[in-house]
Write a protein that binds this ligand. Structure first.
Ligand code: HEM
Length: 454
């Protein structure tokens, strides 16, 4: 396989002209960024090669294509991470082949389902901090930004459960910095190219500063107050790999970069899912009441116990339906290491394949009334009929998300606990608009007011 590892240099930014994000931006309309991709795939089918200057991007939007790229011929499709290196460094999410396998192995045990019971009290403790904060918002009646709220909750969960550390940074500030970098469409070079005069333009200096601040976070977390001196934490697993003389590649920088990866990949996605689910529930009060009723039936008036989490099945279906309608990772990008053929179309070595998860999740071919919020479609009897690889919030194959199962527990607990004490009332325009950056964000945020239940 070709060695696709690219050393990070500041010139490899998301807003650089050679970045695929830069090129994709010309396809994404400001009004509804996913509409163009949906219209293209409806008109021209599931494999659409697009020549953009010296790059060929192939848009893929059929389950069989995802299976080919992510599973059956996965070794031929390597990760594309150029512009994201400032966020992820050389962490495992960015590398391929034998090295990826070697780096992932010592971390895998932290995501074994047998570990989740140990994480449970720390997830609950992070939700408790959030509830204390929301009690204040309920008293003042102020408007809050929900993605910021859920991002801080998810970050605290990662710090406490996986690293055994109190969250030592101001998540609202760090959140803002990371957004400065990942808000691809507002990078100055992209905006100028698209000739949109309004709104903000993020300059190169701002993105560089944002990434310097981000780069300091892992050391800050390591130096923070230890929660419980636990033996088996992800941080200890990373440090054991660093100390292993047979594993010279796993140096100090690897530990730092793996932490950065978790603090972003484990928070941004989980947070967006929770925020979008609160938005959907604000528009579907009957579903919100069903979550409350399920919680009462399973746990009565007390907090959920670990053994009860599996029984909160409707709540879990709401989260799954949210990730169908608003998949946080709306597109998976790979580079073809060699020629291939997909549905009779020639894929050439060097082509960038973009698997459009969003388009598959909204396709009437695979979903009845795809735009309808219907958590019951994830009920086991109906889910059985689903076409394989038509639902890919966590990707598929060997590079599938390591934290998918954990994120669903985090969000199930968060929904149940927050909704039993509060009604979050959405205070923005309906329908909320989307903004396709590296992740699928709400355009202009999701403003909410918090009402306490008596
Ligand atoms: C709703 C929540 C989440 C979503 C939607 C999500 C989605 C994804 C997706 C789509 C990928 C594959 C990306 C690609 O192939 O290009 C991925 C990879 C990954 N995710 Fe998640 N993720 C979530 C939560 C988490 C959590 C909670 C963690 C850890 C605490 C995590 C850690 C990772 C890591 C480390 C990888 C890279 C795995 C590898 O390359 O071996 N994610 N995630």
């Amino acid at each position: 396989m070709a060695d696709m590892t690219v050393a990070y240099s500041p010139s490899h930014g998301l807003g650089e002209e050679q970045s695929i994000w830069f090129k994709l931006s010309s396809l994404l309309s400001q009004e509804n960024p996913m509409q163009v991709l949906m219209a293209l795939s409806e008109k021209y089918g599931g494999v659409i090669p697009i020549n953009l200057k010296n790059h060929r991007i192939v848009i893929l939007s059929e389950p069989a294509h995802a299976q080919r790229v992510l599973v059956d011929n996965a070794d031929n499709y390597v990760k594309y991470f150029d512009g994201l290196r400032p966020i992820f460094g050389k962490s495992m999410i960015t590398v391929d082949g034998a090295l990826w396998q070697k780096i992932r192995a010592p971390q895998q045990p932290a995501f074994h389902p047998g570990m989740f019971e140990e994480y449970f009290p720390y997830l609950m403790s992070a939700i408790d901090s959030k509830m204390a904060r929301w009690a204040k918002f309920a008293a003042t009646g102020e408007t809050i930004e929900m993605v910021e709220e859920t991002w801080t909750l998810a970050a605290e969960m990662v710090c406490k459960a996986l690293f055994d550390r109190e969250m030592p940074f101001n998540p609202h500030f760090i959140f803002g910095q990371v957004k400065t970098y990942t808000d691809v469409m507002n990078h100055k070079s992209i905006r100028l190219k698209k000739m949109h005069g309004e709104l903000t333009e993020i300059t190169d200096d701002e993105t560089a500063k944002a990434m310097d601040i981000w780069g300091e976070i892992p050391e800050t977390v390591i130096g923070a107050n230890i929660v419980d001196q636990r033996e088996k934490t992800l941080l200890k697993m990373l440090e054991a790999a660093e100390a292993d003389p047979n594993f010279p590649e796993f140096d100090r920088q690897q530990v730092i970069d793996e932490m950065k990866q978790y603090l972003w990949a484990g928070t941004e996605t989980t947070a967006l899912t929770l925020a979008w689910s609160l938005y959907l529930l604000s528009q579907h009060p009957e579903a919100l009441e069903r979550i409350r009723a399920e919680a009462r039936a399973v746990c009565g008036d007390r907090d959920p116990q670990w053994q009860e989490v599996q029984q909160l099945s409707y709540t879990r279906m709401v989260i799954q339906e949210t990730m169908r309608l608003f998949p946080p990772i709306w597109g998976l990008i790979r580079i073809a290491a060699d020629d291939d053929v997909i549905e009779g179309h020639q894929i050439r070595k060097g082509d960038k394949a973009v698997i459009c998860t969003y388009v598959m999740h909204h396709s009437p071919k695979y979903w009845e009334e795809p735009e309808k919020f219907d958590p019951e479609r994830f009920a086991p009897e109906r889910a059985k009929k689903r076409v394989k690889y038509s639902y890919l919030p966590f990707a598929a194959g060997k590079r599938a998300c390591i934290g998918g199962a954990l994120s669903q527990i985090e969000n199930t607990l968060a929904l149940v606990q927050l909704l039993r004490r509060f009604t979050p009332e959405y205070a923005g325009p309906v329908p909320a608009k989307i903004h396709a950056t590296v992740t699928l964000c709400p355009k202009g945020g999701l403003p909410f007011r918090i009402r306490a239940l008596s």
